[in-house]
Every structure is written in structure tokens, then in C-alpha cells.
Design a protein around this ligand. Structure first.
Ligand code: SF4
Length: 254
């Protein structure tokens, strides 16, 4: 959808699906819904239908047209594994990610059971690709933590967690097989507060497992004021570059 993104941990967003429905407490103040509903009924706008879920086949091949390697957040305005997205369509999205292999893709879902099921079967051809990152959202113990187990069970080459909005202390979590952890607080009107000790506990566990830790933001009603400094510094850790195509471009540029 956008060749450039303001999201701290990605370069661009790509939305071959638009719209979604809420599934757990992390969705309560969904940014995508808030944004989309502002344009409901605005003729010709991409979100003329508000946040109603729909496929956008005209966007499917967009990454193939972007020649410069990017980190691409897939479906920032939806959830690829939503029950209303047909399996054939999900396979088409995965096919583009495999074909446009010079990019790194970040696929994030709250529908982790369906992702596990498809990565184990229909999407096997994409599951182990090194340029595709498969991730789950984790907001609390009840709904979020079980998604980690689904992700760990998936035959994915790269797995990441987006622990945002962090709503409660997660306690001890099993991070085996996880390659990247992003943590952030909720932002915008009605934002629920995130406590420092919850964040520090996750950072400590990432250190124990040797997992890169990315602290996105404190959040709050004015997220730019709250910033993203934790204990006097920012944490922008990311996994090693694993896309051979990007490595080749970088070496060629030396
Ligand atoms: S799953 Fe994501 S996109 Fe869908 S409603 Fe929840 S927060 Fe919004």
C-alpha cells in the first residue's frame, strides 16, 4: 500500500487485503480500524468501505514492482489469516513473497492457529524461505501467549513476536525458536498503560535466549512525548540480515 512506512521496524507496508474484525483485547483500540473508518463512504478512497474486510487483487503484485530491497510489513491494515480470506488468496500472497525474493517480509497475525495449519500444509513452499518472517501478536497471557506456541510449532525459518500493545505482565515465557522480539505500548486516545517492569522482564528473557530486542515505544495518548527510550537508551536490535538478495546488493554497492 505504501512504499514508505513510519512504523519503526519496517520500511514499507503492503496491503493485498484491507479490513479486519476484532478477536482479542489487543484489538480494542485498533489503529487500522480507526484509520479506515474515517474514510467510510468517501467515494474512490481505498477505505471507502471502512474496515469491512475485502481482498484487493490489484495490489497483489506490488512488491514485484519495487526494485529496491525493502523490509515489507504485510497487511498492516488487516490480518492475512483472517477466516474470511480464502486459502487460495493467501497462497497467492505467499507466492508473490517467494517470487519477489529481494525483499524481506514481515507477516504478523493474531490468527495463529490458521497460520500454523497453513504453514504446515498449503504454505510449506513459503514457510522456510529465509526472506519471510512469520510473527504473532502477543498482548497478554490469556490470548497472546498461546499464539507463541502455535508459532513455535510452525515449520517457519524465521519467527518473531510483536508484543504490542503490552497490556499485562507476561511472566516467564518460552522463547525457544523465536528470532526477534518487538515490544511496545498502546498509543492514541484511551491508550492502556504499560508498566516499565513488564518491559524489563521481557528484555531480560530476550538476553537469556540471545534474541534481538526492539523497543518500539512507550505509547500513551501522546506517543511522541513518551518516546522510546528505556533505561537511558533506545533498543533497535534486529536479526541478522538473512536475505541473500539483500546481501548481494549491499556487497555490490561497496
Ligand atoms: S487483528 Fe489486528 S487488524 Fe485485526 S482488528 Fe485486531 S488489531 Fe486490528
Amino acid at each position: 500500500m505504501a512504499e514508505h512506512s513510519k512504523i519503526e521496524w519496517t520500511d514499507a507496508t503492503w496491503n493485498p487485503v484491507r479490513g479486519c474484525t476484532k478477536i482479542s483485547p489487543g484489538c480494542a483500540h485498533c489503529y487500522a480500524e480507526r484509520f479506515a473508518e474515517r474514510f467510510r463512504g468517501v467515494g474512490g478512497h481505498p477505505f471507502e468501505q471502512g474496515f469491512d474486510l475485502r481482498l484487493v487483487p490489484s495490489k497483489l503484485e506490488e512488491p514485484l514492482r519495487w526494485r529496491t530491497p525493502k523490509r515489507i510489513f504485510v497487511n498492516s491494515m488487516s490480518d492475512l489469516f483472517h477466516v474470511d480470506v480464502p486459502e487460495d488468496y493467501i497462497a497467492s500472497v505467499a507466492d508473490v513473497m517467494v517470487r519477489a525474493h529481494w525483499h524481506t517480509y514481515q507477516v504478523l497475525t493474531k490468527r495463529s492457529e490458521r497460520m500454523l495449519d497453513l504453514l504446515s500444509n498449503r504454505l510449506r513452499f513459503a514457510a522456510a524461505k529465509r526472506n519471510i518472517w512469520w510473527g504473532v501478536s502477543v498482548e497478554d497471557k490469556k490470548y497472546g501467549v498461546p499464539r507463541i506456541e502455535h508459532l513455535q510449532a510452525a515449520p517457519a525459518a524465521n519467527r518473531f513476536l510483536s508484543i504490542e500493545p503490552l497490556l499485562h505482565d507476561l511472566g516467564t515465557i518460552n522463547l525457544a525458536g523465536i528470532h526477534w522480539v518487538i515490544v511496545g505500548g498502546e498509543s492514541g486516545i484511551g491508550a492502556r498503560r504499560m508498566k516499565r517492569e513488564w518491559v524489563v522482564a521481557i528484555r531480560k528473557q530476550c538476553r537469556e535466549y540471545g534474541i534481538p530486542f526492539f523497543f518500539k515505544q512507550w505509547g500513551g495518548v501522546h506517543k511522541s512525548k513518551a518516546g522510546r527510550v528505556l533505561d537511558g537508551r533506545t533498543y533497535d536490535e534486529m536479526p541478522e540480515l538473512q536475505n541473500p538478495a539483500i546481501e548481494i546488493v549491499q556487497i555490490a554497492a561497496l
